[in-house]
Design a protein around this ligand. Structure first.
Ligand code: AMP
Ligand code: ZN
Length: 303
């Protein structure tokens, strides 16, 4: 087994080479730089908005963009949405506030209560009483996307960054195949599928090739103040089963998740969504019909 240097190893690469702390940090950062370069995620002049939960992935991506990008023509700001999920939200908010203060990053803050007048729990039960039975995760995801898009437009952002990692993306690829949802599948990737369309602000995922395990290790080695507990609302059951299945496969066959992502990227050019994607009549975001799923959900809440 190879070892990169004489220092204590903290991580083993797929090829069995062992890395010490400083070599692991360098390896991780190099991978993110390469993703940004190869997939042309960031141009020479940008106004970037990073959507930050206060959790590990988005904090790491914010830190690395702040560290890597040394160009006065690229502005990086962050947006945090408080979902009012008890202690979990309070701790995440505290952590991301401290983080942004430490690194002098402008942090925009809003909340479900401020934007919609209600907490996530309340919205879930209101929708249920109207016969709309959606999981907390689905409601939260739809409403967060709406707020992020609205804020990005207000701030004239040129890119929105999220902390999605390789594990998240491999799960999404498999889920969309299992559900035969080719339109959604075709829109995955390190840069959103709608980048060609000037109406939509591109979303980018610089941690696209970083595994969950690598992100957690990076956080720990960097001593970031981060709550590593999952959201108490937790993942929807379907995603959780796919996650468990992929973890099981990965343990028995190293490289499975990477294989899924790489295969997807190779077939993506052939998946170009042929249907029309409309701009939502209410908010202007991507919509399969006249009105996008966020606006429909908000309409139902207000009814
Ligand atoms: P999730 O859907 O929880 O896997 O989150 C996906 C991405 O959405 C994260 O990596 C963040 O970039 C962003 N995000 C999640 N929660 C929040 C939040 N409360 N405020 C702002 N952005 C968020
Ligand atoms: Zn809309």
């Amino acid at each position: 087994m190879n070892q990169c240097c004489i220092k204590k190893p903290v991580f083993t690469l797929t090829g069995k080479e062992k890395l010490c702390k400083s070599h692991f940090l360098a390896y991780f950062e190099k991978k993110v730089r390469k993703t940004i370069r190869i997939h042309k995620l960031i141009d020479k002049k940008e106004n970037i908005l990073v959507a930050v939960s206060g959790g590990k992935d988005s904090t790491v991506v914010l830190y690395l963009l702040h560290k890597i990008i040394n160009n006065k023509k690229i502005n990086i700001e962050a947006l945090h949405i408080d979902q009012s999920i008890g202690n979990y939200s309070r701790e995440n908010k505290k952590n991301i506030r401290n983080f942004c203060k430490k690194y002098k990053i402008k942090l925009h803050e809003t909340s479900f209560r401020k934007e919609f007048g209600y907490s996530l729990c309340y919205m879930k039960s209101t929708l249920k009483s109207k016969g709309i039975n959606l999981k907390s995760c689905s409601i939260c995801g739809i409403l967060r996307r709406y707020i992020v898009n609205k804020t990005a437009k207000k701030l004239k952002s040129t890119k929105v960054v999220t902390g999605h990692n390789l594990d998240d993306e491999a799960q999404s690829v498999v889920m969309n195949i299992f559900k035969n949802n080719i339109p959604l599948l075709s829109r995955l990737g390190p840069k959103t599928g709608l980048v060609e369309d000037k109406k939509f602000i591109p979303r980018i995922k610089p941690l696209y090739f970083c595994t969950e395990e690598e992100v957690i290790l990076y956080c720990k080695l960097m001593n970031f103040d981060i709550n590593l507990e999952p959201c108490p609302c937790s993942l929807e059951a379907y995603r959780r089963s796919v996650l468990n299945m992929l973890d099981d496969f990965e343990n028995k066959n190293t490289g499975t998740k990477y294989g899924i992502i790489q295969s997807f990227l190779e077939i993506k050019p052939f998946l170009k969504y042929r249907g029309t994607i409309n701009a939502c009549k209410k908010c202007g975001e991507a919509a399969a019909k006249d009105i996008c799923s966020s606006c429909k959900l908000i309409e139902n809440l207000k009814k």
